[in-house]
Design a protein around this ligand. Sequence first.
Ligand code: NI
Length: 171
Amino acid sequence: MVYKVVKYGDPVLETPAAPVENFGTEELRQLVEDMFETMYASRGIGLAAPQIGISKRLAVVDTSAGEDTEMRRVLINPEITFREGKEVDEEGCLSIPGFRENVTRAKAIVVKGQDVFGNPVEIPAEDLMARAFQHEIDHLDGVLFLRHLSPLKRDVIRRKIRKLQQAGEWE
Ligand code: NI
């Protein structure tokens, strides 16, 4: 099932999410599938559960955008345990459509988390995948990429979004 992606302005996006506690359930497996489906339908490369209104520490990433099933990654209760280097690149967010800005991220990271059965996993990532992981893990902490911009840039975007909201073009 394809969920509606929540847009900037909804408090769920700025609320730290709760850990996933029930593993190995049909419900969790289905949620992961639905998140991939929703992400592909939105043409994104990452989606965090708060973006579909579910405040849980769960995110999916596929930097091939559905071209290669080997590129699917599921992050459950993820923590970044290693960071190396810096890289600046343009970033967007399905919850802030139409806005893309340069964001500095670590170039390479290692994430520790759990799989859908609760087994510990360690996932290394670099470049685009590392960027997507950092962006999605931020979502789980209630942090949007706007937080990484200068106050000036952030205000310009917030003002544009407010206008869209007032015009009823941001729902
Ligand atoms: Ni996002």
